[in-house]
Design a protein around this ligand. Structure first.
Ligand code: C2E
Ligand code: MG
Ligand code: MG
Length: 706
């Protein structure tokens, strides 16, 4: 076909192509038909572009939503423009031996094709729902590179006859598509550690391979009569300008990548700092404390030991309550600063939470440990100045040493805690070292306290009932509800053991409510109209709105208030007299009766009687135990009975175990009695039998007295 000054696909050369001759042709095309300096510049452009592209593609892969779309756009621009620049510079490097010109419109279209096509390819590669999405996306990128190249070729006008070898054209397309698919596959899947670099290399091969194979497909026979074309010097300058612009675009993409990377690193470091340090004081937190302790234990040799020192501030709550939380925070910061300052080599301090701090010390000689402990103690007892006031918080310090006091971290910290609690309860000492004999009892108690919290939900609590009998007639007056806890491991735990624990940890509130509700519900189902007596703890008076609760439960269970008797001990009244008496009056106003329990054991029994119109005096069982032997005990019983009569309060004697004791009570004119002789505390289904036994016993006493 005659030359028209435009490149054309004429005529096609076809036939088979061996690999050797193929490579020879491509290499000779590069070496003989190109300006090698510009080829080198194109190669530099290509490698830089691919390096930036694969880096940016990694961001696309790791982000979602708008961020992902932003990165995708940037990647497409960087990839498309650097591919186009590579092509353009390489075209300028091509020396067909005839003048050349460029069609500006087609040149621009080739740039748009490169950006849009690679963008579409990367977008497709992201589709996680398709198994081979990266490879398909890569194919599309390969096609985009090819489309860009051949459109660019159409824009390249050479003054000569252009012949095309179809075999090289097909080979160029295959190379572009195959290598792009492999490159994007590596970049998106990253199966190997060096996949990133493999992806870059494969993409370079796709672009360079396509370009030079496609150039090898072209043979130009110059037409000597056409001499007009772009000046070669200008072409060279254009190549450099394009390279500079292309590199700027790639560098912009790379700079965004770097800025983002730095931002990520900083936020990672910030997160890591937050995760390992306490936000308020900046001291190491519990996580780092645990790590450090594990590490120290691991590093120990035969000569060294590791001590855990647990610190709990004594008067911190006071600062919070009196001066507010800001002052509390300030106090914690000052203390943390002091602790951090005193920690020397091989010593570590942390804030475990709230007003709890801890230290770790690896040591050879016990004196080294004592040194740190005394420095800590001194620092913690130094006054704190916050705004215009000064306070000494003081602290309780517990120490446990590995391996002597615990084989692992958890045991060690828990034992240091036990020692710290002992220090807290001892007014004479601020520091306690773990001592198994003393602290194990506390541990058992703590374990019991934990179990007790779940006792209600697990259905481990039950009520036993003990009959209260009229001494004169033998008739049943009522029953006292007594709480029982069947522990899954320890079996029956006596109330004298677990009620103080429940009072300490506050679970008595829920337990007491459960007892009251259960006792009232069961009593309401009896048709004999007997009273039910329920014990109350001082804690219930202090914390719960007891009168409201009693009223609520009576309404809920339908028990008549007359049938409910609440028992409290003198210590309850002593604990907070004003409040307790106020609550008692409210309860009494409901129609519920109030009994004073264990009477005679408190230190102000008479004053207690004066303070409130009780409905019953329950004489403590210790007097009954001695009554047969001790005239003094008998005299006290007689005095209390006289007191009761003069105040018009009936007296119930507790702990009646023999019929002699019952006879004495009958003779002395006691009103009611309760004790093993009359009936032991029993589950609900057995109490009727007990009541009958009591009646029989009393009938026998009447007969023998007669
Ligand atoms: P308490 O209120 O003085 O209950 C009487 C205690 O004396 C019961 O012990 C009972 O089993 C025991 N007892 C009864 N008759 C005799 C006897 O003839 N001889 C001897 N030696 N003891 C007798 P328990 O059931 O072990 O309860 C001990 C204490 O635990 C109760 O003393 C009461 O203060 C407290 N308690 C029991 N249940 C509850 C409850 O639901 N709430 C509260 N707050 N305390 C309870
Ligand atoms: Mg009682
Ligand atoms: Mg009692």
């Amino acid at each position: 076909m005659a030359a028209t000054g435009r490149s054309g696909f004429c005529p096609f050369v076809t036939g088979t192509l061996g690999l050797g001759s193929f490579l020879m042709r491509v290499i000779s095309c590069i070496v003989t038909e190109h300006n090698l300096w510009l080829v080198l510049l194109a190669a530099l452009m290509c490698v830089t572009g691919c390096w930036v592209t694969i880096g940016l593609l990694d961001r696309v892969r790791k982000t979602v939503g708008v961020q992902m779309r932003g990165w995708l756009f940037l990647t497409a621009v960087a990839a498309g423009s650097s591919i186009w620049c590579t092509h353009f510079i390489a075209m300028l490097a091509y020396q067909p031996g005839a003048p050349i010109t460029f069609d500006p419109a087609l040149t621009m279209i080739s740039l748009v094709l490169a950006i849009a096509g690679t963008g579409a390819g990367f977008g497709l590669a992201l589709d996680k729902s398709r198994g081979l999405a990266p490879e398909w996306g890569g194919c599309l990128v390969g096609l985009a590179i090819s489309a860009m190249h051949y459109t660019g070729m159409m824009a390249y006008h050479v003054a000569g006859i252009v012949e095309w070898d179809a075999r090289y054209v097909v080979a160029s397309l295959l190379i572009a598509v195959a290598f792009s698919a492999l490159a994007i596959g590596q970049a998106m899947r990253r199966p190997y550690r060096w996949s990133h670099y493999l992806g870059i290399g494969l993409l370079v091969l796709a672009i360079v391979g396509l370009h030079f194979t496609a150039m090898a497909a072209v043979a130009v026979t110059p037409l000597s009569f056409i001499t007009t074309g772009t000046n070669p010097d200008i072409l060279e300058a254009m190549a450099v300008a394009v390279a500079v612009v292309g590199l700027i675009v790639a560098a912009t993409g790379f700079a965004s990548y770097l800025i983002d990377e730095r931002g990520r690193l900083e936020s990672f470091e910030r997160l890591q700092h937050l995760a390992l340090n306490d936000a308020l004081t900046g001291l190491a937190n519990r996580v780092s404390f645990n790590d450090r302790l594990d590490h120290e234990i691991e590093r120990e040799d035969e000569e060294t030991m590791t001590a855990v020192i647990v610190i709990d501030l004594d008067r911190f709550k006071e600062i919070n309550d009196l001066r507010g939380h800001a002052a509390g925070d300030q106090a914690l910061k000052i203390i943390a600063r002091r602790l951090a300052k005193l920690a020397g080599d091989g010593e570590f301090v942390a804030r475990l939470g709230g007003d709890e701090f801890a230290a770790i010390k690896r040591f050879k000689d016990q004196n080294e440990l004592l040194g740190l402990v005394s420095r800590l103690e001194k620092s913690l007892f130094q006054p704190l100045r916050i705004d215009d006031f000064e306070i000494v918080t003081g602290a309780s310090i517990g120490v446990a040493v590995h391996p002597r006091d615990g084989a692992d971290r958890e045991r060690l910290v828990s034992n240091a805690d036990l020692a710290m609690y002992r220090a807290k309860n001892d007014v004479t000492r601020a520091v306690c070292f773990y001592e198994s004999a003393m602290d194990e009892t506390a541990r058992a108690r703590r374990a019991l306290a934990t179990d007790l919290r779940q006792a209600i939900e697990r259905g481990e609590l039950s009520l036993h009932y003990q009959v209260q009998t009229s001494v004169q007639t033998g008739a049943t007056c009522g029953y006292e509800a007594l709480l029982r806890w069947t522990h899954p491991v320890h079996g029956m735990v006596p109330p004298a053991e677990f009620i103080p624990i429940a009072e300490e940890n506050g679970s008595i509130l829920a337990i007491g409510e459960w007892v009251l509700r259960t006792a009232c519900r069961q009593a309401a189902s009896w048709d004999n109209g007997h009273k039910i007596a329920v014990n109350l703890s001082p804690v219930q008076f202090a914390h719960a709105d007891l009168a409201k609760l009693v009223h609520q439960i009576l309404v809920e269970t339908g028990l008549s208030p007359r049938r409910l008797e609440l028992e409290l001990t003198e210590s309850t009244i002593v604990a907070d007299k004003v409040r307790t008496l106020h609550v008692l009056r409210q309860i009494k106003a409901l129609g519920v009766t109030i009994a004073i329990d264990d009477f005679g054991t408190g230190y102000s029994s008479l004053d207690t009687l004066r303070s409130f119109p009780f409905d019953k005096i329950k004489l403590d069982r210790s007097f009954m135990a001695d009554v047969e032997r001790s005239p003094q005990a008998k005299a006290i019983i007689r005095a209390v009975l006289t007191l009761g009569r003069s105040l018009d309060i009936p007296v119930l004697a507790e702990g009646v175990e023999t019929h002699v004791q019952l006879t004495i009570l009958q003779i002395e004119g006691c009103n009611e009695a309760q004790g093993y002789f009359l009936g032991r505390p029993k589950p609900i289904d057995q109490i009727l039998l007990t009541g009958m036994a009591a009646a029989v016993a009393l009938a026998e006493i009447d007969q023998s007295a007669a």
